[in-house]
Design a protein around this ligand. Structure first.
Ligand SMILES: *Cc1c(COP(=O)(O)O)cnc(C)c1O
Length: 361
């Protein structure tokens, strides 16, 4: 059935080899693989769990972690919840995540109570915000950082496992030697103040991996968390391709349901489209338009790249996507299947959509 997302596990495995080589061998970091981009697809997580270079599996959703926590632990890998825990999920966080990222004292206290109740020790990583302005204690609030670190260290059944930063997500701030050096400095300050050693100083996501190649990742940073770098082979700081990876492990396919010659400009008074946006249309004259049976409900049209380079994506409503196939050498017909590489948004939405079949190769 179509639409379908073809997932090539061998290509993902070689991407994992590629990022492991950079992160572990060259960078001297531990490797955390982030599973949310593919909605924790079991064939993918099984491969990740079985890969010798992987130390941690992480996701932003406890529902995803729950599907593989048992297998991961049996294989000696730790699980980590990336998004700050909701109060309503504390019990599951303690049950399925060995480690969680945190910044709120109230939540941290609840984690301690629940860990005590379940007779477990839960590891807490304190998030520091270095200016991207998503989660974490703002790096200039020194008192707040020390106090929260001390609180975690002092609470029953919690271990202050480390500190971490997240960048290039909300504020699109690029990790550099100077901002990550501040994280390294904070790790040393906390270690000195509390007389402990932090196991993890996590220097970010797929936007930090490029620093290893330049020899600019501060020494004290000993972990990176990689989703997109592993799944799509991207350095997300500057958009370059990482050595030893491919960007076609995931291929989206959809079927043509209409193929007609029509004008490129709509006819009549222009209002707003299906999503309330005022559209812009380029006049290409009379064109050959193919409609494929996939839409905004299943994917992000701006995050797909046709394998046929002569094809253009014109737009999509909820369930229909319109392609300009006028310049294509191939003579398409109704029923033909067209293929696309996906970017992060396309991957996330197709992996999550129940309407898109997942086919494991
Ligand atoms: C999603 C996420 C990651 C992984 O990001 P990629 O860009 O896919 O590598 C890492 N850390 C946190 C906190 C995240 O939310």
């Amino acid at each position: 059935m179509y639409p379908r997302l073809n997932i090539d596990i061998e290509k993902l495995r070689s991407n994992l080899d590629g990022v492991a080589k950079i992160t572990k061998e060259q960078g001297g970091c531990s490797l955390m693989i982030v599973t949310k981009g593919l909605c924790a697809e079991p064939a993918m997580t099984d491969m990740v769990i079985g890969h010798p270079a992987v130390d941690f599996l992480a996701d932003s959703r406890i529902k995803n972690i729950r599907t593989y926590a048992g297998k991961a632990r049996s294989a000696g890998k730790q699980t980590l919840l990336l998004r700050l825990p909701m109060e309503c999920e504390i019990q599951e966080v303690i049950q399925y995540a060995d480690i969680s990222f945190n910044s709120e004292p109230e939540t941290i206290k609840l984690l301690s109570q629940e860990a005590t109740k379940q007779g477990r020790t839960h590891k807490v990583v304190l998030m520091i915000d270095l200016g991207d302005l998503r989660e974490g204690i703002f790096f200039k609030n020194e008192e707040d950082i020390y106090n929260t670190a001390e609180l975690i260290h002092g609470l029953d059944n919690l271990e202050l496992y480390g500190i971490a930063v997240n960048l290039t997500c909300y504020g699109a701030i690029i990790p550099k030697n100077d901002n990550l050096s501040q994280l390294a400095q904070w790790a040393e300050n906390i270690e000195q103040k509390l007389g402990i050693t932090l196991q993890m100083v996590s220097g970010g996501n797929s936007s930090s991996i490029y620093l290893i190649g330049k020899g600019e990742l501060p020494e004290k940073i000993n972990n990176l968390r990689l989703g997109e770098a592993f799944l799509l082979g991207n350095d997300t700081a500057y958009g370059s391709k990482l050595p030893g990876t491919t960007d076609d492990a995931l291929i989206l396919e959809a079927q043509i349901v209409e193929l007609k010659e029509k004008p490129s400009l709509p006819i009549g008074e222009v209002g707003v489209d299906a999503f309330g946006q005022k559209p812009y249309y380029e006049d290409r004259g009379i064109i050959k338009r193919a409609i494929i049976a996939i839409g905004q409900q299943d994917t992000d049209p701006g995050s797909m790249e046709p394998l046929d380079e002569q094809m253009d994506i014109l737009g999509a409503s909820s369930d229909h996507m319109i392609l300009d196939v006028s310049k294509c050498t191939k003579a398409y017909k109704v029923g033909d299947v067209v293929s696309f590489k996906v970017g992060y948004g396309g991957m996330l939405k197709t992996a999550t959509s129940p309407y898109v079949e997942k086919v494991i190769k």
